[in-house]
Design a protein around this ligand. Structure first.
Ligand code: ZN
Length: 215
């Protein structure tokens, strides 16, 4: 499948992408992963990206597109790909459209994970992460709690609420999403590519996506 996943932070993009890759061998592609891989491989674009990252700046879209172009042509993309968290803005979506045309790639579907704001807030503010950098096990104080004393079941280190998972931080992230990324919903709806999925069960959403792909 060749799919774009859209959804606010906490909408479950990561979990759904993982289930979809298990289904048909498509690869999950996120901007962060391909940037890190290009930097690690020391490719010319990777070196260029590293210079921006080392300077604490944002990697420009033009460079991200070059890295994306190379990534989409790697052999493991033959079975398909799931773009997770990309594109993030309308200009990126327009660039991606041109790139896919250039590579003769046709998207199957743009999935919009339409999850209510209060569900997202609840999911993210109840998350706890193991403070041990080499463990980083993720817990949820409601559905998958750490030990009663708040320590990690795997390694015994204290679990913490990450700075970007406090209520204030999450409201900020949702605001950024609504400003920059939510307009993509309109963009892809106009292209006739978009389908909304609002189930709170990842499994059910994945079944829905599979059905849409078969049509
Ligand atoms: Zn741990």
């Amino acid at each position: 499948m060749k799919v774009i996943l859209l959804g606010a932070p906490g909408a479950g993009k990561g979990t759904i992408a993982k289930l979809l890759t298990d289904y048909d061998g498509s690869v999950q592609i996120s901007t962060g992963d391909i940037l890190r891989a290009a930097v690690k491989a020391g490719t010319p674009v990777g070196k260029e990206a590293k210079a921006y990252m080392d300077a604490g700046g944002l990697v420009p879209d033009s460079l991200i597109m070059k890295i994306m172009e190379a990534r989409l042509q790697e052999p493991d993309c033959q079975k398909g790909f799931i773009l997770d968290g990309f594109p993030r803005t309308i200009p990126q979506a327009e660039d991606l459209k041109k790139l896919l045309t250039k590579l003769s790639i046709t998207l199957d579907l743009v999935v919009n994970l339409d999850i209510p704001r209060e569900v997202i807030l609840d999911r993210l503010t109840t998350r706890r992460t193991c403070s041990n950098a080499s463990c980083q096990e993720i817990y949820n104080i409601k559905s998958n709690p750490p030990k009663p004393d708040g320590t990690c079941k795997k390694c015994g280190s204290p679990t913490i609420q990450r700075d970007d998972e406090t209520e204030v931080a999450i409201l900020n992230r949702l605001e950024t999403y609504n400003q920059k990324t939510a307009p993509l919903i309109g963009f892809y709806r106009k292209e006739g590519m978009l389908k909304d999925f609002s189930s709170l069960s990842s499994q059910e959403t994945v079944e829905g996506i599979k059905k849409s792909l078969k049509k």
